[in-house]
Design a protein around this ligand. Structure first.
Ligand SMILES: [Fe+2]
Length: 610
């Protein structure tokens, strides 16, 4: 064993490629490739992310002890070929479309790694769900805990559970393809006109507007839930085995016609379908959690896999499930596989000892990406000639807070970029939650996206229970909980027959209207002094000015664009949208002072809609 082994984890060639660097059990750096290439969910070999990780650790590829890939191509090949044989010759078209690319990438991973990095050390492959499980347990604050991973599919497994103790993670059981809760949710995502592997979040956001009236139909025809929470799919309703679609014509028959076309009007049917599959998913996950508890007798549960991003279900597992507490990996989907694989190699292969918990998690707030120094930023602003004001240290939080209190929208760029899909106050757009029009303005004039989706409240950690029915931290925006009843207002009307959600969104539902969803819930981020002192201070100052310890936090990007990474990305987004002020690591930019830049009218087409 090397004295202080350094491991690079890589996930790519499926969705949202990423790299992670772990040294002697400590997470040093993680980043998703999309942030560098500006292609959302970029699956390509994460060369930029790898170079960033090496730079952050100030090492060369030759300093790495191991490089590990987040899944096992041979096992995946086994699943792909067996799936094809099960439906042959029906799936020939899909096979011929996907196989050549798959072989050229996945089967050549070792040579791609060696040639790209000039690296000649060991290369390991980590079973996909073990990588998810490791990403869930090792960074958690627990010395021992149960682990549950649920996703679409990785090799054969679609869900797994196990136990983590000290430096060891053990998988006890797996659920196998094609039975998959993740694929089932994705099939409904597709049918409701959203993109698979990204639109699931929108479907979850749509669910509160609907009635779960199709749950009976789903259980009768499409999928059943066993006592242990595993699901059994009726493959006659799906298309992913033998064609290039998620659902089959039978799916259309029972749900009254063809799927909703992307970007078309959302009708009551989609709202009810969203509510139904969400209810089905919550029931399955709650059963899984109860089963895992009965098998492991652990107090705590760690979650990962794409389905663990379903923060509504996570909230229910916490409130109604048998565990005392949960920890959810913020990069829960495959991007987090890079970190999980690297951690599993450190503790499982290199024999690093995992230190006993001090009560905090080891994810460092997930602020694991690149930061930019004030010198770099000032040089950028001067070269471009952008007017700015340098803020003294004691002016920073109060300047941002005052702009928010006055009702302005602020782009906030501070510290290391977040790892995982949520912006947590390093690359965020902030707004005032007290104003009724904040949600509408942020959606339509800044994010350029559908109006029905709620924004997240970022709340001072110690004040969370004053606003929400939640008595613990939720630092990664992965728990949804009700807004405190005393803050809520009676509903002023239902959803109009024509399904116009814009009218509904602008109804005031609580005294923090911009972050209160239609069902009076909120997707909470607790902000902690220890992990993000400046963001914490901004909210503290905002509270002094307004009496409210909550700000609106949404990711710093427009629709279809990856979250910004560099000061240049930040300025571009600031200049193009109606963001009024930009806080750039100690510098303050007022939109009114900025030079007018003639933009191409169709700049939004740079990004593929997500
Ligand atoms: Fe996965």
């Amino acid at each position: 064993m090397t004295a202080k082994p350094i491991t690079l984890g890589i996930s790519c060639f499926y969705h949202d490629a990423a790299a992670a660097l772990v040294s002697n059990g400590e997470v040093i750096a993680c980043a998703q490739e999309e942030r560098f290439t500006r292609r959302k969910y970029d699956p390509s070999f994460p060369m930029n992310s790898i170079l960033y990780c090496l730079e952050e650790a100030e090492i060369q590829p030759s300093d790495l002890d191991t490089v590990v890939f987040y899944d096992h191509p041979a096992l995946e090949f086994d699943r792909l070929i067996n799936s094809y044989l099960a439906v042959a010759p029906r799936g020939l078209k899909s096979w011929l479309t996907s196989m050549p690319r798959w072989i050229s990438q996945k089967l050549h991973i070792p040579s791609i790694i060696r040639e790209s990095l000039g690296y000649d050390g060991p290369i390991l492959f980590m079973p996909h769900h073990l990588a998810h499980a490791a990403s869930a347990f090792y960074p958690s604050p627990y010395d021992e805990a149960a682990i549950l991973t649920v996703d679409g599919v990785g090799e054969w497994a679609t869900a797994s559970y196990g136990v983590g103790k000290g430096s060891e993670v053990r998988i006890l059981k797996e659920m196998h393809f094609p039975d998959s809760l993740g694929l089932l949710y994705s099939a409904f995502t597709y049918f409701c006109g959203f993109k698979v592997n990204s639109g699931e979040y929108k479907l979850m956001g749509l669910a509160p507007y609907g009635e779960p009236k199709y749950v009976g139909l789903i259980k009768e025809h499409i999928a059943t839930i066993r006592d242990d929470g595993s699901v059994a799919l009726n493959l006659e309703y799906f298309g992913f085995l033998d064609r290039l679609e998620m659902t089959s014509p039978r799916f259309e028959q029972i749900f009254g016609g063809p799927r909703r076309m992307p970007e078309s009007h959302i009708t009551r049917r989609e709202m009810d379908l969203a509510a139904s599959i969400q209810a089905f998913t919550e029931e399955a996950l709650l059963k899984m959690a109860r089963w895992v508890h009965s098998q492991t007798h652990q107090k705590y549960l760690c979650l990962a896999g794409g389905v663990a991003l379903n923060c509504v279900a996570n909230g229910r597992i916490l409130r109604e499930g048998p565990f005392e507490d949960l920890w959810i990996q913020p990069a829960a989907s495959d991007a987090g596989g890079a970190l999980g694989a690297a951690l599993a190699v450190q503790f499982g292969h290199h024999g690093v000892k995992r230190e006993a918990s001090n009560g905090f998690d080891r994810q460092k707030g997930s602020y694991l990406g690149p930061a930019f120094s004030q010198n770099e930023i000032e040089a950028f602003l001067q070269v471009r000639g952008y007017p700015y004001r340098h803020l003294q240290e004691n002016e920073r939080a109060v300047t941002v807070a005052k702009a928010l209190a006055d009702g302005h929208i602020v782009g906030f760029f501070s510290g290391r970029m977040e790892y995982g899909p949520r912006a947590l106050g390093s690359r965020s757009i902030l707004g005032n939650p007290l104003r009724e029009d904040t949600q509408r303005i942020m959606n339509l004039k800044i994010k350029y996206r559908e109006s029905f989706r709620p924004f997240a409240p970022a709340v001072l950690a110690e004040r969370v229970n004053d606003y929400f029915e939640l008595d613990r931290s939720s630092p990664y925006m992965l728990l949804v909980a009700p807004v405190q009843k005393a803050r809520c207002l009676p509903r002023s009307g239902g959803i109009p027959e024509d399904g116009d959600l814009l009218a509904v969104v602008s109804q005031k539902r609580s005294d923090i209207p911009a972050v209160t969803h239609y069902d009076y819930s909120a997707r909470i981020q607790t902000v902690h002094k220890e992990t993000n002192p400046l963001f914490y201070e901004v909210i503290k100052r905002f509270e002094e000015l307004t009496g409210c310890a909550v700000v609106v936090n949404t990711s710093f990007n427009v629709r279809g664009e990856p979250i910004i990474c560099t000061p240049e990305d930040a300025y571009r987004c600031f200049a193009r949208t109606e963001i009024e002020y930009l806080y750039l690591e100690g510098f303050w930019l007022d939109k009114r002072d900025q030079p007018h830049v003639e933009e191409k009218k169709d700049w939004k087409k740079e990004f593929v809609l997500d």
